[in-house]
Unconditional design. Structure first.
Length: 332
């Protein structure tokens, strides 16, 4: 689901009953059915595409503009067939359902729009069909901001494999993740750190908690508060809040007797309320959580639960799979 706005208009994507004619699995559900972007405002209506078979939404703003990406009709031999055959481009749908293609950066051939703000600024990632993945694991090499339909490169943290802009607030502050120039010996993957980008200062690495391997921001509010997950090299993540240029483990801000270990926030609103997923300490079951800031003495801030922890708590493999799947859908 791409989300909903205050008018209860929902941006979403849904499978049809039609088998994909090229055998693609565009939405990553494993069914190889055609997947279409749609909008719901009392009835579900499919959104127009770019001439290909599949499309998806990723976000909606208060005016009803919707960001996402859609296939065109270009067969690209560099794509990762059979999972992907056609090129795809970032798109912005107007409140009336008109589709606007957002071009990739010069030299790139495909793109994905992953979020937008109430000013119509759109962020995402572009690359080639060989290094940009749209199905199930949404990832690309170049973090991009589209302003008035034109792409702006947001830079890098030294690496060349991952660059994803995953969120933007109404002040134009962008969050995302990018790989570093250095790699950890013996670790087969790339090391991704979260970033905050502003027009004035460019891209800044926000680091990790303690000695964690990676950080993955998921949401930014209009106060510039960022939430996400800080993870070790085994995929054990813990929820973080980044504000005033400092990252804090959310588990240190909740009551010491909390039954939940907070793993991954999904969103933060302008009141500072955070929603996400946590693991029940006694069973390892995954539960949703909502965390609300409190200034009252004797509450969460006065009784840290895990002070001094420098590594994430190991979580069950099933829970780690859920985290990896959700992060993959968001660009990590």
């Amino acid at each position: 689901m791409g989300g909903l706005n205050d008018n209860l208009v929902i941006a979403l994507y849904a499978e049809t009953s039609k088998k994909d004619p090229l055998g693609e699995d565009f939405c990553g559900f494993g069914t190889h059915l055609v997947c279409l972007a749609a909008v719901w405002n009392g009835v579900m209506t499919p959104l127009p595409g770019l001439g290909g078979d599949n499309s998806t939404t990723m976000g909606i703003n208060q005016s009803g503009e919707i960001a996402g990406f859609a296939e065109n009709s270009t067969h690209d031999s560099t794509c990762g067939a059979p999972s992907q055959v056609l090129d795809f481009e970032a798109v912005l749908w107007s409140p009336t359902g008109q589709v606007q293609e957002l071009p990739p950066l010069p030299g790139d051939t495909v793109g994905m729009a992953l979020a937008l703000n109430n000013n119509g600024q759109v962020v995402g990632s572009t690359g080639t069909c060989a290094n940009t993945i749209p199905n199930g694991l949404v990832i690309g090499p170049h973090a991009v901001l589209w302003e008035n339909g034109s792409p702006i490169a947001l830079g890098s943290l030294g690496g060349t494999m991952v660059g994803v802009a995953a969120g933007i607030n109404d002040a134009g502050e962008v969050i995302g993740g990018a790989d570093l120039a250095s790699e950890i010996p013996g670790f087969p993957g790339v090391q991704v750190h979260g970033f905050v980008w502003t027009a004035a200062k460019g891209m800044a690495d926000i680091g990790t908690l303690g000695t964690d391997f990676s950080s993955v921001p998921t949401s930014i509010n209009n106060k510039g508060e960022v939430v996400g997950g800080s993870c070790d090299d085994m995929g054990n993540c813990r929820a973080f809040l980044w504000q005033n240029n400092a990252m804090t483990d959310l588990n240190t801000l909740i009551p010491a007797d909390s039954p939940l270990y907070l793993v991954l926030p999904w969103a933060v609103n302008d009141a500072g309320q955070i929603v996400g997923m946590g693991v029940v300490n006694s069973t390892g079951d995954v539960h949703a959580f909502i965390a609300t800031p409190s200034e009252e003495p004797g509450t969460a801030a006065a009784a840290p639960a895990m002070a001094g922890v420098t590594r994430p708590m190991p979580i069950p493999e099933g829970s780690r799979k859920l985290v990896r799947k959700w992060l993959g859908m968001r660009g990590w």
